[in-house]
Design a protein around this ligand. Structure first.
Ligand code: SF4
Length: 363
């Protein structure tokens, strides 16, 4: 068992990495990993060791599409109360954000979780004001079980959900399949892996022969993960290894997986920066139609059919999310785009690569 902030072990890993004469590129798909990497300066240490580390599509708010934001805006403009997380409210849609709709009189509520949204719907129900509450549910396999658990219990009729939940493994397959970026290894996200387990990544390594290591969030976890990937590269292996054994089991969390399967089914969907990724979105199963806002309000949303919603002008979030450019390569970074005035979602979300880069490197 190593200590979480063990300096001697960090030095040993750095020395070993340097001795390996590496020239490799590793992607991770997790905002918390990026925070650890930038906050503790691991990116510079890895660079000195011949390891380039890149954040991929690992911020759930960032990968939410302009269409999904526009769905919330459309409903709010038609008198529906939208409840969602603070970051989602600030993400720019095609012309405005939910925050701008709120400033114009729309009923947008920032909540810390789906339960608060249900409580609001129950309150409206008791008051008999006829108001509908839609929760915009965002997140990967980490947060989706909370949505599933709520949908499996008795709910007020004036409550429904727009599911923006997504599965991580199909995005990894897409990144590798596109071949836009040469990768020597992937650090798999700790939180997501607690739910889906190490098993969920095995087919990816089998298909692409790529080393994957599931990692926790302490600096030493990320350093160990990079070292484990480097060892696999050196030995010509491409397997799934688990550095985060203190939290991640091979099978994952079976109870949470069962709930996810009961409530959602995989659907094809765009991710910001990507074309449609097959079976990557958690779509509510038919038996939940009464609580599926996209079904419940299909007449209102039909007006959006065929409309194309573009990225904010000049924003290069798509390329950042595909790992093609670092945030600082976007000409708007730190100028027109900053956390106080974000142009794209990667600067809005605290899990976004641009926001993280700005917070730690622009003091
Ligand atoms: S700096 Fe702003 S505009 Fe540029 S990619 Fe990042 S979020 Fe988008």
């Amino acid at each position: 068992m190593f200590h979480m902030r063990d300096k001697e072990l960090s030095k040993l890993i750095t020395r070993n990495l340097k001795n390996m004469n590496l020239n490799i590129q590793v992607m991770h798909v997790c905002g918390t990993h990026q925070d650890t990497i930038v906050k503790f300066g691991l990116d510079s240490i890895f660079n000195e060791c011949g390891v380039k580390i890149i954040q991929g599509p690992g911020c759930p708010v960032c990968v939410t599409t302009p269409e999904e934001i526009e769905t919330g805006i459309k409903l709010a403009e038609n008198g529906v109360t939208i409840a969602t997380f603070g970051d989602m409210v600030r993400v720019p849609g095609a012309k405005k954000s939910l925050q701008a709709v709120k400033a114009g009189g729309g009923d947008i509520r920032i909540v810390y979780g789906i339960n608060e949204a249900v409580e609001l719907a129950e309150k409206f129900d008791r008051e008999g004001n006829g108001k509908e509450v839609v929760f915009m549910a965002v997140g990967f396999e980490t947060t989706a079980p909370a949505t599933a658990a709520v949908l499996l219990r008795e709910l007020p009729e004036n409550f429904s959900v727009v599911s923006c939940h997504r599965y991580i493994p199909p995005a990894l397959v897409r990144i590798l399949g596109m071949g836009e970026i040469a990768l020597d290894g992937i650090i798999d996200p700790g939180h997501v892996s607690v739910i889906i387990g190490a098993k969920a990544y095995e087919e990816i390594s089998r298909q692409y022969g790529i080393p994957q290591v599931i990692a926790g969030f302490e600096p030493i976890d990320v350093m160990m993960a990079v070292w484990m990937i480097a060892k696999q590269v050196e030995e010509g292996r491409g397997e799934v290894e688990n550095e985060y054994t203190r939290c991640v089991a091979y099978e994952g969390n079976e109870k949470a997986l069962k709930m996810l399967d009961e409530v959602f089914e995989p659907g094809d969907a765009k991710w910001r920066g990507f074309s449609v990724i097959e079976r990557s979105k958690m779509v509510l199963r038919k038996k939940f139609d009464d609580f599926n806002a996209e079904k419940k309000f299909e007449d209102i949303l039909a007006e959006m059919e065929g409309m194309e919603f573009k990225e904010p002008p000049g924003c290069r979030c798509g390329e950042v999310l595909r790992g093609l450019i670092p945030p600082a390569e976007c000409p708007l970074f730190g100028k027109a785009c900053n956390p106080a005035h974000p142009v794209g979602p990667c600067m809005v979300s605290v899990e976004g690569a641009c926001n993280i880069e700005y917070r730690y490197k622009n003091d």
